[in-house]
Design a protein. Structure first.
Length: 244
């Protein structure tokens, strides 16, 4: 099992002590689950322990204060990212079943723990409280097929728990693009050029919310538009970050 960071371990210990156990674990069907996961399965979630302090890219060496090569060469238009897990087994399967199969029982435990970790980080001052959460917009046809926008679902869940407004209509997709899944970083940036439009007044402090940050192209383009529209402090909040 993967051992978490001190802040993650502390949070989980508090959850064990404060949440009544019961129900089945969505991962292994153990009867000793709380918030949808048993402790062994929760311990197996791949913690994003060593990461770039700006984009949260997992690093191969023990540091959470260094910038990755991409952030050094191409500084992103956001200040920091809060991404507690790596997009690896078994978390990738949980997100996939939640996102692509509509099985929200696999997403709820992650969102609940995510909100708790964010609350601790806000209380400790390691991140600042945004005035609004901005979920990454989804193409309208894709949303109709899927039935929901996972970024909005996550934003509304953590926003409700943290008492932070969700600016759902702040940014809109104004054109369709090809799927990003098979594209590299440069192709993703080119593919997203001009796809987002800020249609409402932007608070000075915002956090972009998404499920997974892959190359960072989507959050870079979104953050650029928000900064041009008046945002002064932009964070990225997501469940998971791909290793590279």
């Amino acid at each position: 099992m993967i051992k978490g960071l001190n802040w993650l371990s502390t949070f989980l210990e508090q959850k064990v002590n404060s949440v009544k156990q019961g129900g089945l674990c969505v991962a292994c069907l153990s009867s000793k689950a709380f918030n949808g996961l048993c402790q062994p399965c929760r311990d197996d979630l791949p913690v994003n322990r060593w990461r770039c302090r700006c984009c949260a890219l997992p690093l191969a060496f023990p540091s959470s204060e260094l910038l990755c090569g991409d952030c050094l060469k191409h500084p992103p238009p956001f200040e920091t990212s809060f991404v507690p897990w790596r997009y690896q087994y078994p978390l990738d399967g949980m997100i996939g079943r939640y996102k692509y199969n509509g099985q929200r029982k696999f997403g709820r435990p992650l969102m609940s723990d995510f909100a708790g970790l964010l609350e601790q980080a806000l209380q400790s001052g390691s991140i600042t409280r945004p005035a609004a959460l901005v979920p990454a917009p989804m193409d309208a046809r894709r949303r109709r097929r899927r039935g929901f926008n996972q970024a909005q679902d996550i934003a509304e869940t953590i926003g409700g728990q943290l008492n932070i407004p969700v600016a759902t209509g702040l940014v809109e997709r104004v054109r369709r693009v090809r799927s990003q899944r098979e594209l590299n970083r440069e192709a993703r940036l080119a593919n997203l050029r001009g796809v987002f439009e800020v249609v409402s007044e932007v608070p000075e402090r915002v956090a972009i919310v998404d499920d997974v940050v892959t190359t960072g192209a989507t959050v870079r383009v979104l953050a650029s538009g928000l900064r041009e529209a008046g945002a002064r402090e932009i964070q990225v909040w997501a469940l998971a970050r791909t290793p590279g």
